[in-house]
Design a protein around this ligand. Structure first.
Ligand SMILES: [Zn+2]
Ligand SMILES: [Zn+2]
Length: 386
């Protein structure tokens, strides 16, 4: 079969590799669509993990074989009702599933669970998702994450399952109440998902980005205000109608210097974090979502947004002002049902996010575009067997 093999920093090669062999209780899935995810891009650009690997983990496709000469398989997990999959089912895959019983899982810190750190979907070599290949093997421990796609929904919509899950997980960690004012910095595909989900929760979102086209989109995704965050300019130009009228009650207490109840940083910019810590009110929350590159790993990107991981923070803003600086990473397996409801009902229509499709042999171009978005690009996907 054809696959895009990561051979070293920025080196993605179209190669012929064996179709993965599957064992008893495993699935062979013919890949239809795989989304290009920023975390894979970082691994490819900075060489964070040793080659060779086949990346791609936002995968949807069709079950073509079940190990052990079976045509159906019953999937059981401690956290979800059992279900049956069969050959021919259209499915979205989930490459990380936690054990649900370890110390981390008992604290609902699923991304830290050792089982969750294992990758259970592979097209060969060290398992790395494998979605940039024609077929993937799905191992038993990630089967509880398999989601069947309703007939009316597309593979592309299903491929957005994992990214939307990660965003919903982060939104769930915020104490956002209806009517709260939330800053969402960065309106790429992930930032737009935050804007939309927060809007669905009744929050008033002020979205920022450097691209005018994305600010326009942010409004369409539910942002009440959309402001260009000029990188050179430290002060955010907040529109006057953002501030509630200073009459009586809670409105009178809005601090114009720190008017946000929460902030989401969906762009790997340290300056955006510093600004958000200042502009969130006391006891507000600052959610880091894009700072996925550790300090000292690889060279900084040329766009000036490379996160150093090191910058001075007035710790009194955490202690005295009780601001929560928090992060969220990866998906929460236990909210799959809610993710499915949002996507498959089209309450959140994922089709609006996907702007570019590349065939498998051009996956390297897909990664380049996703890494260097243009005015008209949002979510980029690789169409494999279409
Ligand atoms: Zn992803
Ligand atoms: Zn666990």
């Amino acid at each position: 079969m054809r696959a895009i093999v990561y051979r070293g920093v920025n080196d993605l090669c179209l190669e012929t590799v064996p179709v993965p062999e599957i064992g008893d209780g495993e699935l062979l899935v013919k890949v239809a669509v795989c989304g290009v995810c920023p975390t894979d891009i970082k691994k490819i650009h900075y060489g964070l993990l040793p080659p060779p690997r086949i990346y791609g983990h936002e995968t949807a496709g069709t079950i073509v074989k079940i190990g052990g000469k079976r045509s159906t398989l019953t999937v059981r997990s401690p956290s979800a009702p059992k279900f049956v999959v069969k050959v021919g089912d259209r499915v979205a895959l989930h490459h990380h599933v936690p054990c649900m019983v370890c110390h981390f899982c008992r604290h609902r810190a699923f991304a830290q669970c050792p089982t969750n750190k294992r990758t259970g979907v592979t097209a060969g070599f060290e398992p790395a998702g494998g979605g940039f290949a024609e077929y993937v093997r799905v191992m038993p421990f990630v089967l509880p994450g398999v989601v069947k796609i309703p007939p009316r929904n597309t593979f592309e919509e299903a491929a957005m399952f994992e990214p939307l899950n990660t965003v919903l997980k982060a939104v769930n960690r915020l104490n956002v109440l209806p009517g709260d004012r939330v800053l969402v910095a960065g309106q790429g595909p992930i930032g737009l998902m935050f804007t939309k989900l927060l809007k669905l929760r009744g929050a008033h979102v002020l979205a920022t980005d450097l691209l005018e086209s994305r600010l326009k989109l942010a409004r369409r995704f539910g942002a009440k205000w959309a402001v260009n965050a000029n990188a050179q300019d430290s002060a955010l130009a907040i529109p006057e109608d953002f501030f509630p009228k200073q009459t009586r009650g809670s409105a009178a207490s809005v601090n114009r210097m720190a008017p946000f109840d929460a902030a989401v940083i969906a762009v790997p910019s340290d300056a955006a974090v510093r600004q958000a810590v200042q502009m969130v009110r006391g006891a507000g929350q600052i959610m880091l979502f894009a700072h996925t590159k550790r300090a000292g790993t690889g060279t900084p990107s040329a766009d000036g947004h490379a996160a150093s991981g090191l910058y001075p923070l007035d710790l009194a803003s955490i202690c005295v002002d009780e601001k929560d600086l928090m992060g969220s990473y990866a998906a929460d397996f236990t909210i799959q049902k809610e993710v499915g409801r949002l996507i498959f009902s089209r309450e959140f229509d994922m089709r609006k996010l996907i702007t570019h499709r590349f065939p498998l042999e051009k996956a390297a171009e897909a990664v380049e575009l996703a890494a260097h978005p243009t005015e008209d690009s949002l979510k980029v996907v690789v169409s494999v067997n279409n």
